[in-house]
Design a protein. Structure first.
Length: 273
């Protein structure tokens, strides 16, 4: 196996909740903090899997995130759900069409999510309009395990294997993803309030679990810290990172209190498996 195929790297493009941190107009200590780890763009992940580059969600901050990390390539996009904080950078994908010889980019999600994408961006999926700089994205509805290959080539048995995992969030259908590649695996569930037992079982055995942890107090659609730590216990990954974080959580303070193997993610963090 070539050296490049052993690459498995997670880059946290954003680790914030839907408002981002700081929030508009908030004067709390976290929103006013000078620690860069307390500045959180909307949640998104960029994965380097051998030759394949996968983006999870197109946050409204995608342009800023791509510039910050000099991202020039996307072989596939995964959508957890169609809430604004996970989708509204969609149009910035067109730059990647241009950078990648105008090839269309495949995007994957459950059918309900992709129906929402098609509804919200109707002008991109309707008849071609002259003069419109249009993202060229192929929507692939998925329900079970699938593989993502390099753009322009068909995936093979060594390509990253991706499993959508059902999570409970709000009344829109939402998934997390388990990604297996080259003998290693990660789980990503940025938006969930509970994980059904079957989903816990699907995440079990991952090397790295990345999970929603909005704040200290319970919330109706997101895991609070205690729920998140409890889910990590049940999944039992080698290590875990908490994400989709609100302004109640101060990075250095909580970092000192977390159990072994659990860390708070921050924007720009990379994890090599
Ligand atoms: Zn969200
Ligand atoms: Zn604040
Ligand atoms: Zn959401």
């Amino acid at each position: 196996m070539s050296a490049s195929s052993s690459l498995f790297q997670i880059l946290f493009l954003g680790t914030g909740t839907s408002t981002g941190v700081p929030m508009i107009g908030c004067t709390c200590p976290v929103c006013r903090s000078s620690d860069p780890r307390n500045r959180r763009l909307r949640s998104s992940l960029y994965l380097r899997l051998g030759e394949v580059r996968v983006l999870i969600d197109t946050a409204p901050d995608l342009r800023e995130q791509a510039m910050r990390h000099d991202i020039r390539r996307i072989d596939g996009v995964l959508f957890t759900h169609a809430h604004a904080d996970h989708l509204f950078g969609f149009d910035d994908l067109r730059r990647f069409n241009t950078l990648q010889e105008n090839r269309s980019i495949p995007a994957y999600g459950v059918p309900e999510t992709l129906d929402e994408v098609r509804r919200i961006y109707r002008y991109l999926f309707g008849p071609r309009q002259a003069g419109l700089y249009r993202a060229n994205i192929d929507l692939h509805p998925v329900e079970g395990l699938f593989r993502v290959g390099s753009l322009g080539g068909a995936p093979d048995a060594d390509s990253p294997a991706i499993l959508p995992v059902h999570v409970v969030h709000d009344d829109s259908r939402t998934v997390g993803f388990r990604i297996d590649f080259d003998g290693r695996a990660i789980g990503y569930a940025p938006d969930c309030v509970t994980l059904p037992e079957a989903s816990i079982a699907q995440f079990r055995g991952v090397d790295v679990m990345i999970l929603d942890a909005l704040r200290y107090r319970p919330h109706l659609t997101h895991m609070h810290l205690e729920a998140s730590l409890e889910a990590v216990e049940r999944i039992h990954p080698a290590s875990a990172y908490l994400t989709h974080i609100g302004h109640d959580i101060e990075h250095a303070t909580l970092t000192r209190q977390l159990p072994p193997r659990v860390r708070l993610a921050y924007d720009g963090l990379t994890v090599d498996l």
